[in-house]
Every structure is written in C-alpha cells, then in structure tokens.
Design a protein around this ligand. Structure first.
Ligand code: CP
Length: 314
C-alpha cells in the first residue's frame, strides 16, 4: 500500500530510494497549487502543525507554515525567545506541552545534532527535522532533489558538485545521502580544513580544486560559508575563499548551457557566489524556495497518514 509508513522524518540517511521518490512524486501536484488562484485545499483540516525553531530561519519555517495553511491545517509558530524555554524548560518538556495542546506534527530546528531524534522518542506527534547541528537538513535536501528532477527530468546518472563547507553543513550531508541513494554521481569540493574524513565511504568523490570539480557538472550546489568559521582559522580570509571556491561568471561560463546552479540560502553574495552568478539564467535559487513549499506540503500530507487509502491530494 502506498504511503510513508513512518512516524517521523529525521534524516535522509534513514530513508529508502523508494520513500524519497514517493515524497518527490507527492510534491508534484502540490507544486501545481502555485498556479491556482485559490491556494487552499482541505487535506489537513483539523490537524495542528507547530514549528519550534531554536535557530533562525526564513525559508524553512515560512514554507512549512505556508504549506500547512494551504492544506487547511492550523499552523502555530512557537517563538523560542518568548516561550518558557527562556525560564529553563527543556525542549522535550516544551514539545510535550505543545503535544498536550493538540499538535499532530512538530517541526524542530535545533543547534544540537540528534535533538529531533530525542524529541521523536518523547512524543506521539510526528516530528520533522528542520535542521539539527551539522547533522542533517532533510527537507532542504528533498527540495534540492525535487528541483533537480524538475529541471533535469531525472537524478540518476547526473554529475552533482557540492561546493563549500562540507564539514559543518547539514545541507551537504542530507544531499549526499539523497543524491547517492537516487543514483547521482556526487563530487564535493572545498578547503581541506572544511572536509570531514570518511566522505569517500559514502560514495562521493572528494576534490580540493573547484575548477576540476566543475568539469562535466550537470548541477552545482553552492553552500553558504559560515563566516564564523574564518575566525576559527579554518580558511585564511574571505577574499582567499572567494578566489579559490567562489562561483563567479567566469566559472559559470565553463559550465554547460543547461547546467543548474543551486544554493540553499541564505547566500553571502560576493563570498561563495557573486550576485551576477546568482542571477544567471541557470540559477534556480528562487525556484528552490517555491519547491520547498511543495515538498513540505507532501511531507505533512504523508506523515499525517495521507497517501495510504486516498492516494490523491484533494
Ligand atoms: N536553507 C535554509 O534552511 O534556510 P533558512 O535558514 O532561511 O530556513
């Protein structure tokens, strides 16, 4: 029987290729809602979706809220700074409180890797990981996969290059799991100090020279450089980083005319990517954000039991 037979979405490491494909397929009709005059469907009427973000977010939190509202769920955002967390309440107790007032889905972002998994064990509500430390950001990777499939028609066999701070990037980790499971050839490139050990064991090619890594790339996914890393001496200077690993017009000119340029956002324009490159016709950065709404709609639907009996969004 179709449907996502799991309570939570904690990471792409846990998902099978079939489950990932089911989520991407389910997102297709959700993406069409953008073209509608009335962007509302009754699918999640009576369900309550709560976002609990311990770290800042624009795209992920807003797109979950829009996704829930377009599907007629009650969407509630907990602002951690004005919650009882500041009085010392643990995040598990906070989540149990949220569940006690009727939450069906809790979407959590936390600086600590593993926080969503801990939460998932503590509550009956579905838990979605919206980013945990440097561990995983599964919904970002799902929307990246969806964007690639939407523009290239497939994922298997494509050469995907991920550029930047792989060590600290949860986006990179989830993308690596998802892309390799779906049969893409993944190259990661960045400074040696920002490359975790053991990547080859995940089935990716590791490279330290950007121009070499861009050769033959069908998709280039540029990561946000976390500027605080420079203070820790992990790369010499922003200028040096941009020169060696920044995506600019000259580098884009060497890519195929139908290559895709992606960035999860927020971008440091002029650091990891120039404004000119971000606005290149091959850039799908803005489309990624809209695709994020569709993918998150699909997930909310599947994690609340959709797709098993009904089989259709309505
Ligand atoms: N890509 C991403 O997670 O963006 P936000 O931090 O704005 O949610």
């Amino acid at each position: 029987m179709p449907g996502l037979h799991r309570k939570d979405l904690l990471g792409l490491k846990d998902l099978t290729a079939e489950e990932i494909t089911l989520i991407l397929d389910t997102a297709e009709p959700c993406r069409e809602i953008f073209a509608r005059e009335l962007r509302k469907m009754p699918t999640l009427r009576g369900k309550t979706v709560v976002t609990l973000f311990f770290e800042p977010s624009t795209r992920t939190r807003t797109s979950f809220e829009v996704a829930a509202k377009w599907m007629s769920a009650d969407a509630i955002n907990i602002t951690v700074a004005t919650s009882s967390v500041v009085k010392g309440e643990s995040f598990v107790d906070t989540a149990k409180t949220i569940e006690a007032v009727g939450a069906d889905v809790i979407i959590i972002r936390h600086a600590m890797a593993g926080a969503p998994a801990l939460l998932a064990k503590s509550v009956k509500a579905a838990v979605i990981n919206a980013g945990d430390g440097a561990h995983e950001h599964p919904t970002q990777a799902l929307l990246d996969l969806y964007s690639i499939r939407r523009h290239k028609g497939r994922i298997a066999g494509l050469n995907v290059t991920i550029v930047g701070d792989i060590l600290h990037s949860r986006v990179a980790k989830s993308n690596i799991w998802g892309l390799t499971k779906l049969g893409a050839h993944v190259t990661v490139v960045g400074p040696p100090t920002l490359m975790p050990p053991g990547l080859e064991e995940l089935g990716v090619r590791v490279c330290y020279n950007l121009d070499e890594a861009l050769e033959g790339a069908d998709v280039v996914n540029v990561l946000r450089i976390q500027l605080e890393r420079q203070k820790k001496g992990l790369f010499p200077s922003i200028k040096e980083y941009s020169r060696l690993y920044g995506i600019n017009k000259a580098r884009l000119d060497r890519l195929a005319p139908d290559a895709l340029l992606m960035h999860p956002g927020p971008a440091n324009l002029g650091v990891e990517i120039t404004e000119e490159a971000a606005e290149d016709p091959r850039s799908v950065i803005v489309d990624q954000v809209s695709n994020g709404v569709a993918v998150r709609m699909a997930l909310l639907y599947l994690l609340t039991g959709g797709g098993r009996e009904d089989g259709l969004l309505h």
